[in-house]
Design a protein around this ligand. Structure first.
Ligand code: A3P
Length: 346
């Protein structure tokens, strides 16, 4: 009997001891990660150089993740909206393209910044006549709730190539900041083709090979009527935009580098948007299974982009690749010249 009681006591002591050690380890780990998340320095010095036009209030940073996330799920009460002074703001920056350049990755990564709030869906306000006819209030209502000091960013890649869009955006806000993310034009065209091909296959439809679409069968020249080719002639589209906006209002993001080394690209965007540098290496981690960088918001919330981002491209005949590359070459040179950003595209 006595032996049984002693064994029971030993067992209880063991459980209590394990709990105490476990809690201690958890606390040590948490303090460690918090230190990484919140450098021990006054908030002012973490908000970047003093010449910044706007100081981001601390409460914005504190509330953003929790509260705005809740509100995004549609749980906002009118009282909460009033209490926290939340607003639906028109975007102060738009990712206007380019389709398959990495527009989703760019938006999601910028959304890591506490002063940025993303419109989750592509709104297609300026490129779709029916939506545009619904008016600016309809567009504003599509925007997420944010604090007044935050900036809302929208992305609709069709804007870049749609004729009417520059004028329409100019009418909304002539000083808006415009982000364009580009990839090596031939790779982008193949990525574009791959997306369409996947859609066809999903519907059990057959589709032409890329080579057949990209090269005109009669002339053996590049088929400039093929949309995936036309979209990659970046300079042609940009020139239409430049009739409305000065080149300083655009920032070109290197979509190829956003894949391999995203942080420097994001830091350039932060600077362009006049935001204090807040996205860090901690927020981005390489996921070997996905083969891409994924996002880390905090110790509990990580996410990778959907599987539809980062498809395997079909093999393309090297002679077609070479033909396309030499076709794009002069347009690329012009693009570098206009934007002041040079890429190592072949
Ligand atoms: P691929 O599918 O050709 O690889 P968009 O969002 O404009 O449609 O662009 C999709 C492209 O984003 C993908 O093209 C992928 O390469 C690129 N991308 C960039 N960063 C990524 C990331 N972190 N995760 C997934 N895809 C990313």
């Amino acid at each position: 009997m006595l032996f049984k009681q002693q064994a029971l006591l030993r067992q209880k002591l063991f459980v209590l001891g394990s709990l105490a050690i476990g809690s201690l380890l958890y606390l040590v780990a948490r303090v460690g990660s918090l230190n990484r998340l919140q450098p021990i320095c006054p908030i002012e010095s973490r908000l970047g150089p003093p010449h910044l036009p706007e100081q981001i209030p601390l409460r914005t940073l504190q509330y953003k993740r929790g509260l705005l996330h809740e509100l995004r799920k549609g749980n906002a009460t009118k009282e909460q909206i009033r209490l926290h002074n939340l607003v639906q703001q028109l975007p102060r920056a738009i990712i206007i393209g380019v389709r398959k350049g990495g527009t989703r990755a760019l938006l999601e990564m910028l959304n890591l910044h506490p002063a940025v709030v993303k419109a989750s869906q592509e709104i297609h306000f300026f490129d779709n006549d029916q939506n545009y006819a619904r008016g600016i209030d309809w567009y504003r209502e599509k925007m997420p709730f944010s604090f007044p000091h935050q900036i809302t960013i929208e992305k609709s890649p069709a804007y870049f190539i749609t004729e009417e869009v520059p004028e329409r955006i100019f009418k909304m806000n002539s000083s808006i900041k415009l982000l364009i993310i580009v990839r090596e034009p031939t790779t982008r065209a193949v990525s574009d083709y791959t997306q369409v091909l996947e859609g066809k296959e999903r519907k059990n439809k057959t589709y032409h090979k890329f080579e057949k679409l990209a090269i005109d069968g009669n002339t053996c020249e590049v088929n400039t009527k093929y949309k995936a080719v036309r979209t990659s002639i970046y300079t042609k589209h940009l020139e239409r935009w430049l009739k409305y906006f000065p080149v300083e209002q655009f920032h070109i993001v290197d979509g190829d580098r956003l894949i391999t080394d995203p942080l420097p690209e994001l830091q350039l965007v932060e600077r362009f948007l006049k935001l204090p540098s807040r996205i860090s290496q901690y927020n981005l981690y390489f996921n070997a299974t996905r083969g891409f960088y994924c996002l880390r918001f905090n110790i509990v919330f990580n996410k990778c982009l959907a599987g539809s981002k980062g498809r395997i491209h079909p093999e393309v005949d090297p002679s077609v690749v070479a033909k396309l590359r030499s076709f794009f070459h002069p347009f690329n040179q012009k693009f570098y010249q206009i934007t002041g950003r040079t890429f190592n595209w072949p």
